[in-house]
Design a protein around this ligand. Structure first.
Ligand code: C2E
Ligand code: CA
Ligand code: CA
Length: 384
């Protein structure tokens, strides 16, 4: 049993309330049990219950009741808190014959419950185990790939809508797995985040894309700028600005030739360093671009506080710009807001001439998308 959002409560109400909350939860857990049952606290906000002589159906009933009890408001220090828990279940003897295996498998089921949303429960299944095994394998393989230069970048051109010329390229990570073939970044980036590789990965993308830009320059191919995606975690690292500067210097690039793409989620993790680091990067002269704009928790006050140079209109709006009036209005409004803040506007995922024409009419500055080309490997881009 793992409490949902406990860390948030601890952080926002303080440890006294956190401790008190844990005791009250413990009391509730005990109240619900039979005299033969055992309850204990494993660590932090994790508890375990052993229910002897209990079949699948009975266990499910117990859990449902428990979740109702846990959800009743708790009053601590005049704050009314509403708690919930994610619960994973392993059954003896089908899921394991010793306590270690059972706890481990209950933990796997609990993780699955958490992934399904708050206040859920899950019974362990062997498919879950297989999924976990393959996930662990990918994690290991990704670590190996990063160390052994098996990752590479593709580049998608960004076009100036007014002049029709190349404005820059966005670097997009690619992983060709020796057994499974191409693995999408939408799959491996979250893995890199989970297993603590993402910061190192971000540095690799920065180095590789700047090296590539300098290499094109040396060959007389003029690519004005390069955009690099960084995950929110990258902005926790205080050496990010100085490392960026070192990389630029190493390749004799100007700061304005590099754009860092960030997403709105950067602001949600509330890390104390993030704001400072964003301002430091901006002060270097490196451009910042807000990716997937309009899909997250965009708040306008946040846009005012951040030194953003470019807004990227998310593909989902572009997709419907010709067919759905609301989407078209949304795009017009995004462009107007961005322009008022002196930002450039780039539309992503442009696939048709009609979309391009409407965006141009709305005053959008730049775009990228399959209409021009998919992201290209190094030599294909040279060709392009
Ligand atoms: P994103 O940054 O929003 O990148 C745009 C995605 O849309 C890319 O997918 C690109 O190939 C795709 N795309 C571009 N134009 C079109 C179009 O006209 N139609 C359609 N259907 N798709 C288009 P990709 O390369 O698979 O990347 C997916 C996501 O993975 C990226 O979304 C980004 O969030 C993440 N990602 C990729 N590379 C990196 C990286 O180096 N670092 C980090 N942190 N994230 C990355
Ligand atoms: Ca991007
Ligand atoms: Ca995007």
């Amino acid at each position: 049993i793992d409490l949902d959002r406990f860390k948030m409560i601890n952080d926002s109400y303080g440890h006294f309330v956190g401790d008190e909350l844990l005791s009250q939860i413990a009391i509730r857990l005990k109240k619900n049990l039979r005299s033969v049952d055992i309850v204990g606290r494993l660590s932090g906000d994790e508890f375990a219950i052993i229910l002897p002589k209990c079949n699948h159906q009975q266990a499910q009933l117990m859990i449902e009741e428990l979740q109702i009890h846990l959800a009743e408001p708790i009053n601590i220090n005049h704050s009314i808190l509403k708690m919930s828990a994610s619960i994973g279940v392993a059954m003896f003897p089908t899921d394991g014959r010793d306590i270690e295996t059972l706890l481990h498998r209950a933990d796997i089921a609990m993780d699955q419950a958490k992934n399904n949303g708050r206040s859920q429960f899950c019974f362990f299944s062997h498919e879950m185990n297989e999924l976990l095994q393959s996930h662990l394998k990918l994690e290991n393989d990704l670590r190996h790939a990063l160390l052994n230069h098996q990752l590479h970048l593709h580049y998608q051109p960004q076009i100036d809508l007014v002049t029709g010329s190349l404005y820059g390229v966005e670097a997009l990570a690619r992983w060709t797995h020796p057994e499974f073939g191409e693995i999408s970044p939408e799959r491996f980036i979250p893995i890199a985040e989970e297993c603590g590789l993402i910061t190192e990965f971000g540095y690799w993308v920065l180095q590789e894309s700047c090296r590539q830009l300098a290499d094109w320059r040396a060959q007389g191919i003029n690519i004005p700028s390069i955009s690099v995606n960084l995950s929110p975690t990258s902005f926790h690292c205080v050496r990010l600005p100085s490392t960026i500067l070192d990389i630029l210097n190493l390749h004799h690039l100007k700061p304005q030739e590099l754009t860092i793409e960030l997403t709105e989620s950067v602001l949600l993790d509330n890390h104390p360093c993030t704001m400072k680091i964003l301002h430091e990067i901006h002060a270097l002269g490196v451009h910042l671009s807000m990716d997937d704009f309009g899909t997250g928790y965009s708040s306008l006050s946040m846009l005012r506080k951040l030194p953003i140079d470019e807004l990227k209109i998310d593909k989902s709006f572009v997709d419907e710009i010709c067919s759905d009036e609301a989407s078209a209005k949304m795009v017009q409004n995004i462009i107007a807001i961005g322009k008022n803040f002196d930002m450039h506007i780039l539309a992503e995922g442009v696939e048709t001439k009609e979309q391009e024409a409407i965006l141009k009419r709305f005053g959008c500055d730049r775009f990228q998308g399959y209409l021009y080309t998919k992201p290209l490997a190094y030599d294909a881009l040279k060709e392009f």
